[in-house]
Design a protein around this ligand. Structure first.
Ligand SMILES: C[S@@+](CC[C@H](N)C(=O)[O-])C[C@H]1O[C@@H](n2cnc3c(N)ncnc32)[C@H](O)[C@@H]1O
Length: 237
């Protein structure tokens, strides 16, 4: 395994043993993003546009500094981090982890060829077992990942994120939020191969229970369906 040393922060050689629900998500994304049909083409297009759609909001919400060390959990094609890195002219190597081999392979191909100085290292790993030591990152991003996690796994991912964040580090997260109509929520969940959508109150409670501080909602817009999002920043002590 290629181990990354990011500013005195070593990648641990912790192997990810995926849960059953993660294996389902992995297979869903590997088939979708790695496929040859029109649906796969649209999937790749949407995730390639994530940088354009979200990097500005991410930079603002996290108050991103060029010196910040950044991790994204469930980084997909890596476009949010790569675009943010370029926009703020960071000199740090950002890290993206994702359980989908297809996402990570394409992220590595794209970001490797895009920029010789390699803005982003993409690793196949689970957010339930983040393969980094304590106190490694200033900012952790979780973009459209929450819906894939049952409550117990959200708690575990938040605990892992707390561990790898530096004191005063911050988490930025967003996710689609439920519509008042169950049938539409059911369609969104089925179409994305996910577990469930959560309300503002549910997400706030999950962050509070993990001891995150200064939990602040912010507005984020997705230029494709299902449009409605909730978004938060929060800090560790
Ligand atoms: C909707 S995509 C979002 C990709 C990217 N964050 C973006 O916004 O463009 C969700 C991603 O989360 C990944 N994912 C889901 N559960 C995960 C877990 N437990 N650990 C790491 N990645 C996970 C999926 O493989 C998928 O690539």
């Amino acid at each position: 395994m290629h181990l990354i040393n990011s500013s005195n922060c070593n990648q641990s050689n912790r192997e990810s043993l995926l849960s059953e629900s993660e294996l389902r998500t992995q297979s869903f994304y590997d088939k979708w993003i790695g496929g040859k049909g029109f649906r796969s083409f649209i999937g790749r297009l949407v995730f390639n546009l994530s940088g354009v759609a979200y990097a500005g909001r991410f930079i603002k919400a996290s108050n991103l500094d060029p010196q910040d060390r950044v991790l994204e959990v469930g980084s997909g094609l890596g476009q949010i981090l790569a675009t943010s890195h370029r926009k703020i002219k960071s000199k740090k190597t950002y890290i993206g982890i994702d359980i989908s081999y297809q996402m990570i392979q394409r992220s590595t191909q794209f970001n490797g060829s895009l920029n010789q100085s390699n803005p982003l290292e993409s690793i196949v790993a689970s957010g339930l077992q983040i393969p980094f030591q304590k106190n490694c990152f200033d900012v952790v991003l979780l973009s459209h990942v929450l819906k894939y996690l049952p409550d117990s796994q959200v708690a575990q991912v938040l605990e892992e994120i707390k561990t790898v964040l530096l004191p005063k580090g911050r988490i930025v997260l967003w996710e689609f939020k439920p519509y008042p109509w169950t049938a539409i929520n059911h369609l969104i969940v089925r179409g994305s191969g996910s577990h469930r959508l959560r309300t503002h109150r549910e997400v706030e409670t999950l962050l509070e229970e993990k001891g995150f501080q200064n939990i602040q909602p912010f507005h984020i817009h997705t230029p494709w369906p299902p449009w409605r999002n909730l978004a938060y920043t929060a800090y560790v002590e």
